[in-house]
Design a protein around this ligand. Structure first.
Ligand code: PMP
Length: 312
């Protein structure tokens, strides 16, 4: 039984982000190829995670999952935690977030500023440990917590299917008169690549989908390790969508972020990694229109030192 979805002005501010063209920013892009990116840092929580989190939290409220003061619990690399904390504060939902201790100080401070409970796990153990810890808390204290579980929550990928993917198609159509031939993303929970990938495949079954894989943990904040023995594969990740997987180092990602900053785009390392791979896809000359995502704001990483790299 489901009631009406809650409404709030801050929910209206999520999504409908600009599509920026990067073609002229990178002279190495071959003639005839165009590169576009969704500027997700303009969301009120500063990242793409506002989209799935607004859908997960409003649906949980409508379905009565948070009745009786139950706390919404989830694990996060930090950006989803910020979105939960921000929207929870706006909608009056108590929030508890399990975050690996390697999450940047900016993330941890903002989650706490919104009044959410921040549960830090060992930085060395990574995302999978934080996920297991959240699962443990939810199963041992079911009366206290409702476990949102963004790694398995269908509303995560559906948010991208219904919003991010739809916006990309309309904006690319307006800019080029055509459809995307390639999409480049990565996997944190797999929500973006699964939701956008499924939407793009609906209109162009041949669309090429490429995924960034971080080389080490902790490497690219927001992206989880995949492919090593024991790595948890998110339940919602549809791996059958992915045509190409490519390891990207933190150095290449940071270098690309510094270049993007010189073009007026101040974004975090996972965005740099996506653009780095998108440039490789462009270099093949096989795809005329390539789309990627700028996931979050560069301001979230000042404390990591990425904006002041050694000069020698
Ligand atoms: N980049 C950043 C900075 C993120 O925080 C996340 C989400 N953890 C992603 C990329 C990946 O998004 P998704 O969860 O949709 O796979």
């Amino acid at each position: 039984m489901s009631g009406p979805l809650p409404r709030h002005p801050i929910l209206q501010a999520v999504g409908n982000t600009p599509l920026v063209e990067l073609t002229d920013a990178f002279p190495e892009i071959p003639a005839g190829v165009r590169l576009f990116a969704k500027l997700e840092s303009v969301n009120p929580g500063g990242s793409i995670k506002d989209r799935p989190v607004s859908r997960m939290i409003t649906h949980a409220l409508a379905e009565g999952k948070l009745a009786g003061g139950r706390r919404l619990l989830d694990s996060s690399s930090g950006n989803a935690g910020i979105a939960y904390a921000m929207l929870g504060a706006a909608l009056g939902v108590p929030i508890s977030i399990v975050v690996p201790g390697n999450a940047s100080k900016e993330r941890q401070d903002r989650i706490a500023a919104h009044g959410a409970e921040l549960i830090l796990t060992d930085p060395i153990e990574g995302y999978d440990f934080a996920l297991r810890h959240a699962k443990h808390l939810a199963s041992t204290q079911p009366e206290k917590y409702w476990y949102s579980n963004q790694y398995a929550n269908e509303n995560n990928w559906r948010a991208h299917f219904e919003t991010t993917g739809v916006e990309i198609l309309a904006q690319v159509e307006a800019a080029t008169g055509g459809k995307p031939d390639a999409f480049v993303a990565g996997v944190g929970t797999g929500g973006t690549i699964t939701g956008v990938g499924r939407r793009l495949r609906q209109v162009n079954p041949g669309v090429h989908i490429a995924s960034v894989i971080p080389d080490i943990f902790p490497g690219l904040e927001g992206l989880k390790p995949l492919g090593h023995e024991g790595d948890i594969v998110p339940d919602i990740l549809d791996e059958s969508l992915i045509d190409r997987r490519e390891t990207v180092t933190i150095e290449s990602a940071t270098e690309t972020c510094l270049l993007l900053a010189r073009r007026g785009l101040y974004v975090g390392p996972s965005s740099g990694a996506y653009v780095h791979l998108a440039l490789k896809v462009a270099a093949t000359r096989e795809y005329a229109t390539i789309v990627t995502i700028l996931n979050d704001t560069g301001e979230r990483y000042v404390s990591t030192g990425m904006w002041s790299p050694p000069t020698d």
